[in-house]
Design a binder for this molecule. Structure first.
Ligand code: GLU
Length: 477
């Protein structure tokens, strides 16, 4: 654990206008790890001030995604919209102190300023026409906004923990609106007030917010509040280097859950995306908390690489507890089969999951690879299996049927002895017997070890499937 003079408080502040996307999840993770590393607090604030675009479904999806990833936040969730009155109060306080002013510029005047800026090829900048004007000159019938008296000369330098020193000249900042004519706070005001009231010490967020930091600092300084430390992290790009978008595949964290990824694999992947600790690839939550440092986050955008995520997922599936993995995969199998599994079938699955999981990169693949256990006879055969059942396979299977039927104890070791003895008697390699058996028993060419398959399926089902394969071969199917 590191130490910091003031207790560290970070926050994740998503706008609930969509699901928790993969970039947001990484921002949340970094905030979480930073806070935990310093023994501080990690807070969650839902920035639901855009009433048109914010939805309850999105709030639920964000919370669901955070919970799935195990990103536990401290205390209650702060909802920004509910604090609008507090935001307005701060704007009025600045007004009373002469640090903000009423602006009566009409929509037409602002449009003129915009057009002029466009013509001159520069960004729109409010020209401060009401900055020093007496409100007694206010035109009748125009409801004013409240604007910040931003500094007009000098510059601000941010020592960003990721971006380094970034300087912006105050001439580039205009007097931004704090409170709209209808009395609602702007986003800039809300963020600054909430971060202050929540005691946020470190603002870690996407680097698309870096420009906002300069405006937010102007406001923080006008209020005389402590300045947070900033860390603007680069966005995630697709494998082709372009900004991550729908066309790169899934964007929502919970879509990865549906695709059969384990949360710890997604977490490890997001952590390693643009952050590293030596050559460590597999990093546990505990190690991540211990090792995390925001300064080690790279400045260039990271590229999302599905193959790497799959690789990590394969690793975590192999590590996962068998009972947990079984519980995760059962609903997938049930939906593929369109029926429930019995308790005996679940138990059988769990005893075979060790064998199955080494071959699967996702829960989707795991479910697929386990299906053969639960098929009803005659089971479907894929093209590879049909090929394996060509002569002389039917003859081998007839011999295998007899030998297996005579096996006294239907146990893996006894079954192995039977099959090995048969191969020897036939004067062929083990594969020549095992492969047709695999095709007959599983309908495919890959599966867990054939003796485990036999014992998992049981005597009656195994012999029945072998019989089915022999008669399918005889009828030329
Ligand atoms: N609500 C903003 C977003 O979702 C984040 C604002 C912030 O972190 O300051 O992009």
């Amino acid at each position: 654990m590191g130490s910091s003079p003031t207790p560290v408080v970070t926050r994740f502040a998503p706008s609930p206008t969509g699901f928790l996307h993969i970039g947001g999840a990484r921002t949340a993770l970094f905030n979480y790890l930073f806070a935990r590393h310093f023994g501080g607090k990690f807070l969650l604030r839902i920035e639901d001030t855009d009433r048109e675009r914010s939805t309850q479904a999105a709030i639920d999806a964000i919370i669901d995604g955070m919970k799935w990833l195990n990103l536990e936040w401290d205390g209650e969730i702060t909802y920004q919209f509910a604090r609008a009155e507090r935001h307005a109060e701060v704007a009025r306080q600045l007004l009373a102190e002469g640090k903000a002013y009423y602006c009566y510029a009409t929509p037409e005047e602002l449009e003129e300023m915009r057009a002029k800026a466009r013509a001159e090829g520069r960004p729109m900048k409010y020209d401060g026409r009401w900055r020093d004007r007496d409100p007694s000159e206010a035109p009748a019938g125009v409801k004013p906004v409240i604007r910040l008296k931003a500094p007009q000369t000098g510059e601000t330098t941010i020592r960003d923990l990721v971006q380094g020193e970034v300087t912006v000249s105050h001439e580039q900042l205009d007097d931004m609106v704090l409170l709209r004519a209808d009395g609602t706070p702007t986003y800039m005001l809300a963020v600054v007030v909430d971060d202050h009231d929540m005691g946020v010490t470190h603002v870690i967020r996407g680097d698309d917010h870096l420009n906002n930091a300069f405006r937010q600092l102007a406001l923080i300084r006008a209020l005389g509040w402590p300045e947070p430390v900033y860390a603007h992290i680069p966005l995630i790009h697709g494998a082709d280097g372009a900004k991550l978008s729908k066309r790169h595949g899934a964007l929502g964290v919970t879509e990865y859950r549906e695709m059969g990824f384990l949360p710890e694999a997604v977490e490890n992947y997001l952590l390693r995306l643009g952050w590293g600790y030596g050559d460590e690839e597999i990093i546990s939550r505990q190690q991540a908390i211990e090792w995390f440092s925001i300064e080690a986050v790279g400045r260039s955008p990271s590229r999302f690489d599905m193959k790497k995520l799959e690789h990590l997922n394969g690793h975590y599936m192999r590590e996962a507890d068998d009972a947990r993995l079984t519980a995760l995969v059962v609903p997938r199998i049930e939906s593929l089969l369109e029926r429930q599994l019995s308790d005996a079938e679940r138990a059988m699955l769990q005893s075979n999951i060790k064998e199955l999981k080494v071959r699967a990169k996702t829960l989707v693949e795991l479910a697929q690879s386990a299906l053969f256990f639960f098929r009803t006879r005659p089971i479907p055969l894929d093209a590879g299996a049909i090929k394996l059942l060509q002569p002389p396979a039917p003859e081998v299977l007839r011999e295998a049927y007899k030998a297996l039927a005579d096996t006294a104890e239907w146990r893996t070791d006894a079954l192995e002895a039977t099959v090995r003895a048969l191969a020897e008697r036939l004067g062929v390699g083990l594969g020549k017997v095992a492969q047709p058996l695999r095709a007959a028993l599983t309908g495919s060419t890959t599966s867990p070890g054939i003796f485990d398959v036999l014992s998992g399926l049981g005597r009656e089902e195994s012999l029945g499937r072998i019989e089915d394969a022999i008669s399918a071969a005889a009828s030329g199917k």
